[in-house]
Ligand binder design. Structure first.
Ligand code: PLP
Length: 365
């Protein structure tokens, strides 16, 4: 059998999870899985919302419209764009991963620039789609190199995965405007942002109508529904949207109807909104406590937070993956997220876990 082997790699993070699971079984001791990339402080309470959905309807049992249910796109327009945008600018996708893949394969650019500390999947998608990778050092570098970026795209992930740092919003807003005016495509992939903000966050309202800005969002992190595989793409470029729609159709034949109805109810009913607000509040309060605890123990790797704040849901600690594993803490070496050298003594940990358990493990240092 002849195959087109991409050379992309299966996620190392999943492999670490399996390794810890085996260690737990072998030793009979408890481990903490901070290698993961999801909020684990609490669950969003969706039982009653899910129960209120009638499954014996065309709405659930028949193919959904390709662009996504109008009720969901309308709720997204309300919650993320204060109704300023248009439902036609929004396409519902199978999560952020699929939104990124569709976007990367559709835009025609010289390079896609990734942050120098990046989520590994960007590179793997690019490998599969045979797109060359380029990196930018930090947001200041982008500001100073607009000429180089002219026929390229830039991915902005803030708060960043893996660093978990948050850049100043007004500076970010100016940077996005400058890149847009420069003709650079700006791909906003910031699925961790809305964990920290409620519906009154007006960041997207300020940038939604910039012609070169593509917003990719996900409900995996902000409302804890990574299992539902749902997110969206927003752009005001009609040609881009219609091409994405065609590619989405032949890749998926539409996005799961149940998850679309579930997310619509979370975004657009008082019960759903309350569930989201409670989930975020407990999550964010605990993340803050965990970061403060790490600071008090001098475990945060300060050099990565000189121009930004450690916000979460990840942070970088000044311990290696091995040192952490010796204390039964699962993490991912920072070397996995960058082409830079000399970072083996640092690791990315997820700080979105219950405080008591977090302290129990880190008090060993
Ligand atoms: C930076 C970043 N973007 C996008 C995603 C995609 O998430 P999903 O496909 O679950 O929406 C992730 C998931 O870990 C991520 O870390």
């Amino acid at each position: 059998m002849k195959l087109n082997i991409s050379g992309a790699k299966y996620s190392k993070i999943t492999g670490i999870g399996e390794k810890i699971h085996n260690l737990e079984k072998q030793t009979g001791k408890e481990y903490i899985y901070l290698n993961q990339g999801v909020n684990n402080v609490c669950k969003i309470n969706i039982n009653n919302i899910a129960k209120s959905i009638n499954y014996n309807t065309k709405d659930i049992q028949v193919y959904p419209t390709m662009q996504g249910k109008i009720e969901l796109r309308s709720a997204i327009n309300k919650v993320y764009f204060d109704k300023k945008s248009d439902e036609n600018n929004i396409i519902v996708t199978g999560g952020g991963m699929s939104g990124l893949d569709l976007t990367f394969q559709t835009i025609d650019v010289n390079h896609i620039f990734l942050p120098s500390f990046y989520w590994g999947s960007y590179l793997n998608i690019m490998k599969i789609r045979t797109i060359d990778n380029s990196f930018y050092e930090n947001f200041d570098w982008l500001n100073n190199n607009l000429k180089i970026l002219k026929n390229s795209a830039v991915v902005i992930c803030d708060p960043n995965n893996p660093l978990g740092d948050k850049y100043n919003d007004s500076k970010l807003f100016k940077l996005i405007n400058d890149l847009n005016s420069n003709g650079t495509i700006v791909i906003i992939d910031s699925p961790y942002r809305r964990v920290f903000y409620n519906d009154n966050d007006d960041f997207y309202q300020k940038i939604y109508n910039l012609e070169n800005v593509i917003i990719i969002e996900s409900f995996s992190k902000s409302i804890g529904l990574s299992g539902q595989r749902i997110g969206f793409i927003h752009s005001t470029n009609k040609k881009f949207i219609s091409e994405i729609l065609i590619r989405l159709m032949y890749a998926t034949n539409g996005i799961n109807a149940f998850s679309q109805i579930l997310v619509t109810r979370i975004l657009d009913t008082s019960e759903g909104k309350l569930a989201a607000v409670n989930f975020k509040k407990t999550t964010v309060d605990t993340i803050k406590q965990n970061i403060e605890y790490l600071k008090s123990k001098n475990l945060i790797a300060k050099r990565f937070f000189e121009k930004s704040e450690p916000k979460g849901i990840f942070t970088i600690v000044n311990k290696s993956e091995k040192e952490l594993l010796d204390k039964r803490i699962g993490s991912v070496s920072l070397s996995f997220f960058t082409k830079k050298g000399n970072v083996d003594n640092f690791s990315r940990i997820c700080v979105s876990v219950p405080y008591d358990k977090f302290v129990k493990f880190f008090s060993q240092f």
